[in-house]
Design a protein around this ligand. Structure first.
Ligand code: GDP
Ligand code: MG
Length: 150
Protein backbone atom coordinates (compact mmCIF):
# COMPACT_ATOMS: atom_id res chain seq x y z
CA UNK A 1 0.00 0.00 0.00
CA UNK A 2 1.22 3.52 -0.83
CA UNK A 3 2.83 5.61 1.93
CA UNK A 4 3.45 9.32 2.40
CA UNK A 5 5.26 11.47 4.95
CA UNK A 6 3.10 13.97 6.81
CA UNK A 7 4.78 16.60 8.96
CA UNK A 8 2.70 18.78 11.25
CA UNK A 9 5.17 21.64 11.34
CA UNK A 10 6.14 23.61 14.49
CA UNK A 11 3.32 26.15 13.92
CA UNK A 12 0.72 23.36 13.76
CA UNK A 13 1.98 21.80 17.00
CA UNK A 14 2.26 25.16 18.81
CA UNK A 15 -1.24 26.17 17.71
CA UNK A 16 -2.81 22.94 18.97
CA UNK A 17 -3.81 21.65 15.53
CA UNK A 18 -2.37 18.12 15.89
CA UNK A 19 -5.65 16.43 16.86
CA UNK A 20 -7.63 18.29 14.20
CA UNK A 21 -5.21 17.36 11.41
CA UNK A 22 -4.79 13.72 12.45
CA UNK A 23 -8.57 13.50 12.89
CA UNK A 24 -9.08 14.56 9.28
CA UNK A 25 -6.54 11.96 8.09
CA UNK A 26 -8.20 9.20 10.11
CA UNK A 27 -11.73 10.17 9.11
CA UNK A 28 -10.77 10.17 5.43
CA UNK A 29 -9.86 6.50 5.82
CA UNK A 30 -6.07 6.74 5.79
CA UNK A 31 -3.97 4.78 8.28
CA UNK A 32 -1.28 6.13 10.61
CA UNK A 33 1.56 3.58 10.29
CA UNK A 34 4.18 5.48 12.31
CA UNK A 35 4.22 8.67 14.32
CA UNK A 36 6.49 10.66 16.64
CA UNK A 37 7.02 14.13 18.09
CA UNK A 38 10.49 15.38 17.24
CA UNK A 39 12.43 18.61 17.13
CA UNK A 40 13.90 18.19 13.65
CA UNK A 41 17.69 18.55 13.53
CA UNK A 42 19.42 20.96 11.12
CA UNK A 43 21.00 17.93 9.46
CA UNK A 44 17.70 16.13 8.78
CA UNK A 45 16.02 19.39 7.75
CA UNK A 46 18.81 19.95 5.21
CA UNK A 47 18.27 16.49 3.73
CA UNK A 48 14.48 16.90 3.75
CA UNK A 49 14.53 20.27 2.00
CA UNK A 50 17.64 19.68 -0.18
CA UNK A 51 15.70 20.59 -3.35
CA UNK A 52 15.26 24.14 -2.01
CA UNK A 53 18.94 24.77 -1.12
CA UNK A 54 20.07 28.11 -2.53
CA UNK A 55 16.58 29.62 -2.77
CA UNK A 56 15.84 32.93 -1.04
CA UNK A 57 13.62 31.40 1.62
CA UNK A 58 15.86 28.37 2.37
CA UNK A 59 17.60 29.59 5.54
CA UNK A 60 14.31 30.95 6.94
CA UNK A 61 12.67 27.58 6.14
CA UNK A 62 15.40 25.60 7.96
CA UNK A 63 15.32 27.99 10.91
CA UNK A 64 11.54 27.57 11.19
CA UNK A 65 11.29 23.79 10.77
CA UNK A 66 13.98 23.23 13.44
CA UNK A 67 12.65 25.86 15.88
CA UNK A 68 10.25 23.67 17.92
CA UNK A 69 8.92 20.08 17.79
CA UNK A 70 7.01 18.74 14.79
CA UNK A 71 4.79 15.67 14.50
CA UNK A 72 6.20 13.26 11.92
CA UNK A 73 3.88 10.58 10.61
CA UNK A 74 3.86 7.90 7.95
CA UNK A 75 0.38 7.73 6.45
CA UNK A 76 -0.73 4.75 4.40
CA UNK A 77 -3.61 4.17 2.01
CA UNK A 78 -4.88 4.05 -1.54
CA UNK A 79 -3.53 7.02 -3.55
CA UNK A 80 -2.41 8.46 -0.22
CA UNK A 81 0.33 10.70 -1.67
CA UNK A 82 -2.07 12.71 -3.84
CA UNK A 83 -4.86 12.30 -1.31
CA UNK A 84 -3.01 13.89 1.58
CA UNK A 85 -1.58 16.62 -0.68
CA UNK A 86 -5.15 17.48 -1.70
CA UNK A 87 -6.17 17.55 1.95
CA UNK A 88 -3.19 19.88 2.69
CA UNK A 89 -4.08 22.37 -0.07
CA UNK A 90 -1.74 24.60 -2.08
CA UNK A 91 1.67 25.71 -0.75
CA UNK A 92 0.39 29.29 -0.40
CA UNK A 93 -2.51 29.13 2.07
CA UNK A 94 -4.17 32.17 0.49
CA UNK A 95 -4.51 30.15 -2.74
CA UNK A 96 -5.76 27.05 -0.91
CA UNK A 97 -9.43 26.17 -1.00
CA UNK A 98 -11.42 26.30 2.20
CA UNK A 99 -11.84 22.75 3.44
CA UNK A 100 -8.13 22.05 3.03
CA UNK A 101 -5.80 22.15 6.04
CA UNK A 102 -3.83 25.16 4.78
CA UNK A 103 -6.97 26.87 3.46
CA UNK A 104 -8.68 26.53 6.82
CA UNK A 105 -5.80 27.15 9.22
CA UNK A 106 -3.07 29.27 7.61
CA UNK A 107 -2.42 32.61 5.90
CA UNK A 108 1.37 32.62 5.31
CA UNK A 109 3.46 30.43 3.00
CA UNK A 110 6.20 30.35 5.64
CA UNK A 111 3.76 29.04 8.29
CA UNK A 112 1.57 26.66 6.31
CA UNK A 113 1.09 24.04 9.06
CA UNK A 114 1.88 20.83 7.19
CA UNK A 115 4.31 19.13 4.83
CA UNK A 116 3.28 16.21 2.64
CA UNK A 117 5.36 14.26 0.11
CA UNK A 118 4.82 15.20 -3.54
CA UNK A 119 5.47 11.83 -5.24
CA UNK A 120 6.58 8.22 -4.77
CA UNK A 121 10.33 8.95 -4.93
CA UNK A 122 10.22 11.86 -2.50
CA UNK A 123 7.90 9.91 -0.21
CA UNK A 124 10.39 7.02 0.00
CA UNK A 125 13.36 9.33 0.52
CA UNK A 126 11.56 11.50 3.11
CA UNK A 127 10.26 8.54 5.12
CA UNK A 128 13.77 6.98 5.18
CA UNK A 129 15.20 10.27 6.46
CA UNK A 130 12.99 10.21 9.55
CA UNK A 131 11.97 6.58 10.20
CA UNK A 132 13.69 3.20 10.43
CA UNK A 133 11.81 0.17 9.06
CA UNK A 134 11.27 -1.07 12.63
CA UNK A 135 9.36 2.09 13.49
CA UNK A 136 6.76 1.54 10.75
CA UNK A 137 3.87 -0.71 11.78
CA UNK A 138 2.18 -3.15 9.41
CA UNK A 139 -1.10 -3.63 11.26
CA UNK A 140 -4.47 -3.89 9.53
CA UNK A 141 -7.23 -1.64 10.87
CA UNK A 142 -10.59 -3.21 11.60
CA UNK A 143 -12.15 -0.36 9.56
CA UNK A 144 -10.30 -1.30 6.36
CA UNK A 145 -13.03 -3.77 5.52
CA UNK A 146 -15.33 -0.73 5.30
CA UNK A 147 -13.03 1.84 3.67
CA UNK A 148 -11.14 -0.23 1.07
CA UNK A 149 -12.18 -2.30 -1.92
CA UNK A 150 -11.99 -6.05 -1.43
P1 GDP B 1 5.14 22.20 -0.43
O1 GDP B 1 5.59 20.92 -1.07
O2 GDP B 1 3.71 22.55 -0.78
O3 GDP B 1 5.35 22.21 1.06
O4 GDP B 1 5.99 23.40 -1.04
P2 GDP B 1 7.51 23.48 -1.55
O5 GDP B 1 8.15 22.13 -1.59
O6 GDP B 1 7.52 24.28 -2.79
O7 GDP B 1 8.22 24.37 -0.42
C1 GDP B 1 8.55 23.81 0.83
C2 GDP B 1 8.13 24.77 1.91
O8 GDP B 1 8.92 25.95 1.81
C3 GDP B 1 6.68 25.26 1.81
O9 GDP B 1 5.75 24.41 2.43
C4 GDP B 1 6.73 26.61 2.48
O10 GDP B 1 6.55 26.51 3.88
C5 GDP B 1 8.14 27.07 2.20
N1 GDP B 1 8.14 28.03 1.09
C6 GDP B 1 7.92 27.77 -0.23
N2 GDP B 1 7.98 28.89 -0.95
C7 GDP B 1 8.25 29.90 -0.08
C8 GDP B 1 8.43 31.31 -0.21
O11 GDP B 1 8.38 31.87 -1.30
N3 GDP B 1 8.70 32.00 0.94
C9 GDP B 1 8.77 31.38 2.17
N4 GDP B 1 9.02 32.13 3.27
N5 GDP B 1 8.60 30.07 2.33
C10 GDP B 1 8.34 29.33 1.23
MG1 MG C 1 7.50 20.14 -1.42
Amino acid sequence: MEKTLLIIKPDGVQRGLVGEILGRIEKKGFKISAMKLEKISKEKAGIHYAEHAGKGFYSELLEFITSSPSVLAVIEGKNVIDGVRKMAGKTNPLESDLGTIRGDFAVAVSHNVVHTSDGPESSKREIENFFSNEEIQTHILCTEEWTCEA
